[in-house]
Design a protein around this ligand. Structure first.
Ligand SMILES: Cc1cc2nc3c(=O)[nH]c(=O)nc-3n(C[C@H](O)[C@H](O)[C@H](O)COP(=O)(O)OP(=O)(O)OC[C@H]3O[C@@H](n4cnc5c(N)ncnc54)[C@H](O)[C@@H]3O)c2cc1C
Length: 401
């Protein structure tokens, strides 16, 4: 019997595995392709990253956003160097196995994990298998709300018409793609000193906007800015932002979802990597302390509570409400909505975007948005939050098995 088995070698799986192993827990990580590099471009607010991860920052820039007008966010955006981050995590004494977790059978003494052909006993299994799937088999009855995007890398100089050196454009909602319909924005982020990622993004839609539509808009937007579409690879993004929140009744003792599987994904931005990196040491400490008190059965519960404190559950529910309101805004008013949001005082925007356990701060941010919103938006926010389709979507979250 080992202490911790982690299913999934993405950033969340590695973060929790490394944190557990560094505390002396006997830790294994299993992934079907454990050496496959992480290909996604991972960005985060720099101040949200834990200190260790700062050494893996490949580019940092002043955060800006545009609804219909430009706003300074007042903090920095950072893009991670995936190889450096991974190397840093892999210095921890984690045993890495190639394989796939096929099933997990929890019992009061731990969990028996089927690795396809062999079994492993562990006190705790972290399910870090990503947003698309889960060894818990959690599913909703409705289709997922997805973030989708298509992006290309261009030289910093070529992108000057869109984003000036030293700046990162978190969102540009101006419809320079020239198409009516579902609102999409340009994400324009320096990824190294001489390359910028330009990505046409649908923040959240149920179901996600097709990648072909995003590609078409991206190319039209680049043409508008007189930027040639570069040959070569594009980044394709599709992941759900409303995976069910685990209700306490869903908690399965030693099988603990982590990362996008948990879901640590912020419903209104799609971000989860910085949260997973920050949270991993606290979760590992909870497991370590429970096991050192001799409680195999308590270790899973301690991990669940470290990931989903009552405050985290409350904030997640608030964020899901605001996602439902966002989904119901008239498409042509979405840029105005973001102007209102980005004009809020900095502490409100920061609390809403990063305060995962800050119930008071998140509620105050939503209250401030409501108070400063024009009447048409207030009406929409209230109607969106009370829309029965949104309420039934939330109640579906308890029917996850
Ligand atoms: C292209 C793209 C760009 C993104 N950009 C950002 C960003 O800038 N910032 C941000 O915060 N988020 C971003 N996200 C969203 C999200 O944070 C990422 O999806 C992130 O990879 C989630 O990390 P994770 O470790 O939870 O899961 P994943 O990275 O999906 O890793 C899951 C791992 O589990 C393995 N696995 C699956 N099934 C099993 C099994 N049964 N047994 C064992 N292993 C299994 C998979 O092979 C995979 O290696 C992006 C997503 C995409 C797709």
């Amino acid at each position: 019997m080992i202490d911790v088995l982690v299913a999934g070698g993405g950033p969340a799986g590695w973060a929790v595995a490394a944190a557990c192993a560094r505390l002396g827990l006997n830790t294994e990580l299993v992934d079907p392709a454990p050496d496959r590099p992480w290909r996604a471009t991972y960005g985060a607010w720099r101040a949200e990253l834990p200190t260790d991860a700062l050494a893996a920052v490949a580019a940092r820039s002043r955060g800006e956003a545009i609804g219909t007008i430009r706003h300074q966010l007042g903090w920095e955006y950072a893009v991670l160097d995936n190889a450096v981050l991974r190397e840093q995590l892999a210095t921890a004494p984690v045993r890495v196995l190639q394989g796939r977790v096929r099933d997990a059978r929890p019992d009061p003494g731990g969990v028996t994990v089927d690795l396809g052909g062999r079994e492993q006993r562990a006190a705790v299994l972290f399910d870090a298998t990503g947003a698309a799937r889960s060894v818990l088999g959690a599913q909703t009855r409705r289709s997922a709300t997805e973030q989708t995007a298509v992006g290309v890398l261009v030289d910093t100089d070529a992108a000057r018409n869109v984003v000036t050196p030293g700046s990162a454009l978190f969102m540009d909602w101006r419809p320079h793609h020239g198409e009516p319909g579902w609102p999409t924005f340009l994400y324009a982020i320096p990824v190294t000193s001489d390359r910028v990622l330009l990505e046409e993004t649908s923040l959240a839609r149920r179901p996600g906007l097709e990648l072909s539509a995003l590609r078409h808009r991206l190319h039209a937007r680049l043409a508008h800015h007189r930027i040639a579409v570069p040959p070569g690879d594009e980044e394709r993004v599709r992941f759900p932002v409303d995976r069910p929140l685990p209700a306490p009744g869903d908690w399965r003792g030693p099988v603990v979802p982590f990362g996008a599987a948990s879901p640590l994904v912020h419903p209104a931005t799609g971000y989860s990597v910085a949260t997973a990196l920050r949270l991993a040491p606290r979760v590992a400490t909870a497991v370590h302390d429970a096991l050192s008190r001799g409680g195999t059965a308590a270790a899973g519960t301690a991990a669940w509570q470290a990931v989903w404190s009552p405050s985290a559950l409350a904030v997640h529910a608030l964020r899901r409400r605001s996602l439902e309101s966002l989904l119901r805004l008239p498409p042509d008013r979405v840029p105005d909505f973001f102007d209102t949001f980005f004009a809020l005082p900095q502490q409100h925007r920061w609390a809403y975007l990063t305060g995962r356990e800050d119930v008071r701060g998140s509620a105050a941010a939503m209250g401030a948005l409501f108070a400063t919103a024009p009447w048409w938006l207030r009406r929409r926010l209230v109607l969106g939050a009370l829309d029965p389709r949104g309420l039934s979507a939330l109640s579906d979250e308890v029917n996850t098995k």
